[in-house]
Design a protein around this ligand. Sequence first.
Ligand SMILES: Nc1ncnc2c1ncn2[C@@H]1O[C@H](COP(=O)(O)OP(=O)(O)OP(=O)(O)O)[C@@H](O)[C@H]1O
Length: 205
Amino acid sequence: MNITLQNTGKRYNREWIFRKFNYTFLQGNSYAITGANGSGKSTLLQIIAGATLHSEGTITRKPAAAANNYNEETSYQQIAIVAPYLDVVEEMTAIEFLQFHQNFKPLVATISDILNTVGLSKAGHKEIRYFSSGMKQRLKLAQAFFSDTTTLLLDEPTTNLDEAGVAIYKQLWQQYTHNRLVVVSSNDPQEYENCTAVISISDYK
Ligand SMILES: Nc1ncnc2c1ncn2[C@@H]1O[C@H](COP(=O)(O)OP(=O)(O)OP(=O)(O)O)[C@@H](O)[C@H]1O
């Protein structure tokens, strides 16, 4: 999917978070959105995802290749997102959670392979409420990277990860970002070291 923002701005109450954001995000490329704490990176990512409404300007999402059955409503099925504010279902086990997720977005590997890849094979039958914060983050990454979507949005993707978790993140990036649109909101260079473009939100104030 290609996503274009034209003169897009976001205001909370009287405060403009950013304005006149003009950019086209193209499938097959990866982009980092950087900026100080509170500068609006997460807000911009949520607007790109369609989870938050913008206050001015436009945003359009179009398939990268001609698609017969495309419409704006189904475009959300083409977006997978990882973000600290998006919660997993605590009452489910990891396996149940991935099975549940699969009803909305197909996964590109078996659940057992997915859990194995992110180092959670022994925790498949454990309820997520008993997961550590790093285990939860690994599950969130798994759910997004393994979703069969054209678009992958990552907000602070290595939050709570240990060294091995960061290595898994980099491996997922190598294997599962090919020909997708990837947008990372981050202040940590190792989270976006492979991005083809770096956008500073402070340029749109
Ligand atoms: N729902 C909301 N209502 C009012 N203000 C909000 C809301 N969400 C975010 N903000 C404000 O918008 C600004 C940008 O927040 P945002 O979370 O997008 O920043 P960020 O760059 O992702 O920060 P960080 O690096 O700390 O994660 C902040 O000033 C924040 O207080």
